[in-house]
Write a protein that binds this ligand. Structure first.
Ligand code: GLV
Ligand code: GLV
Length: 320
């Protein structure tokens, strides 16, 4: 019997064609909706490999009932949806998709920063709603980006790629990270700051840290309090790093000036979400790595990783 691979979302046929030549491959039949939990659990029971989305929970319950499972290839750089400890215990290799999405996610993060600072979304709505009656001196006046201070929380590859973009805008770049990055300090010209220092000094605070026990709930009322009243907060990492009630309050009280959000505590959000009611919030639906080129590269990398593990080779991008 050929090893069985289950893919938790409908992907283009040509992406999975190489797998189909050698394995039995089944995909969830929808592009826009996640596989129901009980379907995933029952498919996992007979699978040698799973190709998963960040919205699928790969936990103890799933892993302990998946006797043949050798690899879970997650279509994301983040893997907070996966219980690594349980995977290790059950001898399952986990892979993610770093590197291929770095520059694309940095592009989006910078676009979100710029859109929030210069009120691009509001301006688009304004003109399309027929509100443009005359040129006026302070019409939709936003905030400068160039020569301002950017504070990056979470200095991995994406953080570095954002810092390089910021340098092109003559920004002063601070970063805070678990560990110092002397190489980035040298090559990109960024400065390490304590978390409090970064919050106090930055005009833009950009979160690009992974979601871990240490980063969960890192931004509370206190942290927004420490930021400048003119500061703009950008989250392109994971929603639960931020207490959304605290963020909403900070925006309403004018403790910070605006926010650009690619991620939310619980996704998807519906249009009644309190943060979506605020004009100074630019919201987008977790599309950091979503360019056609990059999403295809991510899919191809997942396929390659599954091949490697099922052939007994080292996968290119295993999570350690
Ligand atoms: C998306 O958020 C990812 O982790 O790739
Ligand atoms: C990209 O979507 C990221 O959150 O890293």
């Amino acid at each position: 019997m050929k090893p069985y691979i289950y893919i938790t979302r409908k992907l283009p046929e040509y992406v999975i064609a190489p797998l189909q030549k050698e394995f039995e491959v089944e995909m969830w039949n929808q592009e826009d909706a996640p596989v129901p939990r009980d379907t995933l659990l029952s498919k996992a029971e007979k699978a040698s490999a799973l190709l998963t989305m960040l919205s699928d929970k790969v936990d103890q319950e799933l892993l302990q009932n998946a006797a043949s499972l050798k690899v879970v290839a997650n279509l994301a750089v983040g893997y907070d949806n996966i219980d690594l400890e349980a995977a290790r215990k059950n001898g399952v290799t986990i892979t993610n998709t770093p590197d291929v999405l770095t520059e694309t996610t940095a592009d989006l993060t910078f676009a979100l920063l710029m859109a929030t600072a210069r009120r691009i979304v509001e301006a688009d709505r304004y003109i399309k709603e027929g509100k443009w009656k005359s040129w006026s001196p302070l019409l939709l006046a936003g905030m400068d980006i160039h020569h301002k201070t950017l504070g990056i929380v979470g200095m991995g590859s994406i953080g570095e790629a954002v810092a390089r973009r910021a340098k092109g805008f003559n920004m002063d770049v601070l970063y805070h990270n678990r560990s110092r990055k002397p190489e980035a300090e040298q090559s990109v010209g960024v400065r390490y700051a304590s978390f409090d220092e970064l919050l106090a000094q930055s005009d833009f605070v950009v979160v690009l840290a992974p979601l871990t026990k240490e980063t969960e709930g890192m931004f509370q009322e206190d942290q927004f309090n420490k930021m400048k009243e003119s500061a703009i907060f950008i989250n392109a990492a994971r929603g639960p790093i931020v207490n959304e009630t605290a963020l909403e309050k900070a925006l309403k009280m004018g403790e910070i000036a605006g926010a650009g959000l690619d991620v939310f505590e619980t996704e998807p959000v519906n249009k009644e979400h309190p943060l979506l009611q605020l004009n100074q919030v630019v919201a987008i639906p977790h599309i950091g790595s979503s360019s056609k080129e990059t999403r295809h590269a991510m899919m191809a990398l997942c396929v390659e990783n599954i091949f490697s593990v099922l052939k007994g080779d080292q996968p290119k991008t295993a999570v350690k």
